[in-house]
Design a protein around this ligand. Structure first.
Ligand code: F6R
Length: 605
């Protein structure tokens, strides 16, 4: 998705902004641009380029000095990727520059009015209307000009504005698309993502929806779009700048898969309560009486987070005996759902900014529901909007496709299920058993990661496949769904995921030697049923890769994973399949960290 970075201070701005853009590359984009000025300069200087940040860098002239600037990576929505459509956009006089994330819903209407008034547009973007609106405003200050322009706009925005006549400031505003201020010593930063800030400052202010800010070199102030002052106390972010580096790995995906043992250790840290065989989840804001009153749990998320939520729902149902299910937030918000006061809603999101999830949360809150967030990014929109929740503490996830956040989210759900279970009918001995299981996870994950070479060899065999089938039953089904999503996202191999129990009801027709099946076969009460599915596939000459707790006779290959408590098995079974997707894509020469058409943080509808 689009990314914004801005700076005002004393340093040479262009290298700073280009470095910031590089840190946002992981979000996915198709063009980039930069505009700069300085107190002494007579105007704005801008460079834009279709393609990568390095293409932009190559176009930046040698003499491109300035101390104030804004820059952008664009992910096309209105208009194809091109130099013209790349941000920043300038008004006709070249005095106002705007970078914008989000979508202006009434752009067509606004554009028609502006064209009728004689304005000539240089791009096909929705953003350009905003530039002209700011430029035409008769208001005296830049803040008022921006405020007036935004009054005409319907839709979502994270926006940063510069004006040649107000070169001592950058004005920013947020509505539905993240804007984070970075507070430095006599210098200020702004970005849509803290990734672009942490190498310069850890002091962060996250704007709320409906909030604006003025950044000057030695000062910032925040206020509402109506103009009333707001208080913004900087918070310190914990994530290190190094967490955004590749750390010796060839890709972020590989780095993040490899970090999972430590990441799981972090999500558990400080939360286990041996005395009562439960866990402490202080941030839930849900006392025992309220927890006992929950009649249903509804989990909402998108993509990988939805799959983690599916496992979460099963864990909650199994351990707490509360009916629970998961639904894609993107569907839920459009179907006018019945919102029940006794249902606990849980919004799951790595980024905490996914628009569909945020919109579902806002709709639920409007209807008076209680919503918890299970989120990775601290202080993100969903975390702030929710009534309470838990952070999954996976650390920054840079690769577009999610791996360690999936695992940590599932572990977080195991903690939530255990917590709710122990408030209800889960026994002390079951609590102890599960805690012991949770404690084993980091070492077991490390053991799985050691089998990478073996998984790589298997992946190289599958790399030529046109299509692959993933099957799992009950706990294994969301694992199959997630593994198939991972494979298709980065290798572009078509992949289907089905409950193993559904094979006979249709997909068995697809089975033939050219369609390999990956089967999740845990040693649980359904082992024999799963083995029967393997028999059916083998009888049709299908190739099988089993992920199991012991060798499977019918399978051509088995990846053996360590056994944990049955309820926790899905946490481990997904990990070798992340490596399978990774090595399959690698063998096919794919751009693993930047899969085509995809973006990290889907902050638009
Ligand atoms: C897949 C992937 C996506 C995200 C989805 C939701 O690998 O990363 O499916 O899981 O876009 O994103 P978050 O979790 O940030 O809400």
């Amino acid at each position: 998705m689009c990314g914004i970075v801005g700076y005002i201070g004393k340093r040479d701005v262009a290298p700073l902004l280009l470095e910031g853009l590089q840190r946002l590359e992981y979000r996915g984009y198709d063009s980039a641009g930069i505009v700069i000025t300085s107190p002494k300069a007579s105007g704005l200087k801008m460079v834009k380029a279709k393609g990568r940040v390095r293409d932009l860098e190559a176009k930046v002239p040698k003499r491109f000095a300035g101390t104030t600037g804004i820059a952008h990576t664009r992910w096309a929505t209105h208009g194809a990727p091109s130099d013209e459509n790349a941000h920043p956009h300038l008004d006709s006089e070249g005095k106002v520059a705007v970078v914008h994330n989000g979508i202006i819903d009434n752009a067509t209407e606004l554009r028609a009015k502006l064209v009728a008034d004689g304005i000539e547009f240089l791009s096909e973007t929705d953003t350009e209307v905003l530039v002209h609106l700011v430029a035409r405003s008769q208001a005296v200050t830049l803040e008022e000009k921006v405020r007036e322009a935004l009054r005409h706009v319907e839709g979502t925005y994270g926006v940063a504005v510069m004006h040649a006549d107000f070169s001592d400031r950058i004005v920013v505003a947020r509505n539905g698309s993240p804007v984070v201020l970075g507070i430095g010593e006599k210098e200020m930063f702004v970005a849509s993502d803290i990734a672009a800030l942490v190498s310069h400052t850890r002091q962060i202010v996250t704007l709320e929806d409906g909030e604006m800010a003025t950044l000057k070199a030695d000062d910032f102030r925040t206020y509402t779009t109506e103009g009333s002052r707001t208080t913004a106390t900087p918070t310190t972010v914990e994530w290190e700048a190094e967490s955004y580096d590749m750390g010796g790995h060839d890709t972020y995906m590989h780095k993040e898969i490899s970090e999972q043992s430590d990441a799981v250790d972090r999500v558990l840290r400080g939360r286990i309560d041996d005395r009562f065989s439960t866990v402490h989840l202080g941030g839930l804001n849900l006392d025992a009486r309220e927890a006992r009153g929950i009649r249903r749990v509804k989990i909402l998320g998108c993509g990988t987070s939805y799959h983690a939520g599916m496992i979460g729902a099963q864990l909650i149902e199994e351990l707490a005996r509360i009916p629970a299910d998961a639904e894609p937030a993107s569907e839920f918000r459009y179907r006018n759902p019945v919102v029940d006061p006794d249902t606990l809603y849980v919004a799951v999101s790595q980024s905490g900014e996914t628009y569909d999830v945020l919109a579902a949360v806002q709709e639920l809150k409007r209807k008076g529901a209680r919503v918890l967030g299970v989120v990775n990014v601290v202080g993100s929109a969903i975390a702030r909007e929710a009534d309470g929740g838990m952070y999954v503490h996976a650390g920054p996830e840079v690769c577009v496709v999610s791996t360690k956040c999936f695992t940590n989210t599932v572990v977080a759900f195991a903690l939530l299920a255990l917590h709710l279970g122990r408030i209800r009918d889960l026994s002390v001995s079951d609590g102890k058993r599960l805690i012991a299981g949770l404690r084993k996870l980091p070492a077991q994950i490390a053991a799985i990661l050691e089998t990478e070479e073996e998984i790589k060899k298997i992946a190289e065999e599958y790399a030529g496949a046109q299509s692959m089938m993933f099957i799992g039953r009950v706990r294994g089904y969301p694992v199959a769904l997630e593994a198939s999503l991972k494979l298709k996202e980065i290798s572009y191999i078509h992949a289907e995921a089905y409950p193993a129990s559904e094979l006979k009801h249709g997909p068995l027709a697809l089975i033939e030697p050219a369609l390999p099946t990956v089967a999740i076969v845990p040693d649980d009460e359904l082992l024999e049923k799963n083995r029967a599915a393997l028999e059916e596939i083998k009888a049709r000459s299908g190739r099988i890769l089993a992920v199991a707790h012991r060798e499977q006779e019918k399978a051509d290959h088995t990846i053996v994973v360590p056994k944990n408590e049955t309820e926790l098995d899905p946490i481990l079974m997904g990990i070798p399949l992340q490596l399978l997707a990774y090595h399959t894509a690698l063998a096919m020469g794919r751009d693993i960290d930047k899969p085509r058409n995809l973006a990290k943080s889907v902050t638009v509808e």
